[in-house]
Design a protein around this ligand. Structure first.
Ligand SMILES: [Zn+2]
Length: 258
């Protein structure tokens, strides 16, 4: 079981060493942009490394969108990032659950998710697991409330979709962290990765504002319990640079006994 951090993409392996991390997550491009990832000079080093690599898709990817001009580029971008991530030997590509917008029907979002996986299959298949992450907010979000997550999984589960549980997003999204892993697994059957983050925003605030463990509104023992119950690797996406994340990783190692 591995514990790591979301780091700057410039030198992820150095960042891992600096934090005592045995996993890293990073973006391949500007997370707010539609750029296709370029080949990386450190691809071979990343593939050969003992450090597990996870890639986070850009935030603007929203394959659930009813808007063609967002949905179609999002599908293409997801595929491009999946291929680039696989080139680096990544264990998974994390992508947010997305949303359909204020007055739209969520059913369309789930259907669009199903189409995104169908499109990927027709386009040669996904070369690595895509891990759908729960979100804190978003107008008509597909993966904020777990009753919606269940409908999403009806659409994508058969394609082998993976799941990434973010503790900040769950808490701020209004899902109780007590017993959360059992509730998720009853829906998805799996948790591939935990994003172990504290939350600056309150319960059900809808605010996606990560904090260092023990610094925000979440009891760190609930985060530790979720990691243990999930039996999955954990990545902190917390502020404070090397110092802040090193402390968060150390706390998790100490309390999980990893
Ligand atoms: Zn996250």
């Amino acid at each position: 079981m591995r514990i790591g951090a979301h780091v700057d993409p410039a030198s992820p392996l150095e960042e891992a060493t600096a934090r005592g991390a045995d996993a890293v997550q990073f973006f391949l491009t500007d997370p707010q942009g539609y750029k296709t990832p370029k080949p990386r000079d450190d691809a071979e080093a990343l593939r050969a490394s003992e450090v597990d690599v996870y890639i986070h898709a850009p935030y603007i990817v929203n394959v659930a969108s009813p808007n063609n001009r967002i949905r179609i580029p999002s599908r293409k971008l997801l595929m491009a990032h999946a291929r680039a991530a696989a080139e680096l030997g990544a264990k998974g590509l994390i992508v947010h659950g997305g949303h359909v917008g204020k007055d739209a029907d969520l059913a369309a979002g789930f259907e669009n998710w199903r189409k995104a996986f169908e499109y990927a299959e027709k386009d040669g298949g996904l070369p690595l697991p895509v891990l759908i992450e729960n979100t804190a907010g978003g107008d008509n979000a597909c993966a904020r409330r777990f009753d919606d997550l269940a409908r999403l999984w009806d659409a994508v589960g058969s394609f082998g979709a993976g799941f990434c549980l973010d503790t900040c997003h769950a808490f701020a999204g209004g899902e109780d962290l007590v017993g959360i892993v059992d509730r998720v697994k009853a829906i998805t059957g799996r948790i591939d990765l935990v994003h172990a983050n504290d939350s600056k925003g309150g319960f059900d605030s809808g605010q996606d504002r990560h904090d260092n463990l023990g610094n925000g509104k979440i009891d760190p023992d609930l985060i530790v319990a979720a990691i243990r119950a999930a039996g999955a690797p954990a990545v902190v996406e917390t502020p404070g640079g090397t110092e802040g994340q090193t402390a968060d990783i150390a706390l998790l190692r100490e309390r999980t006994g990893r």
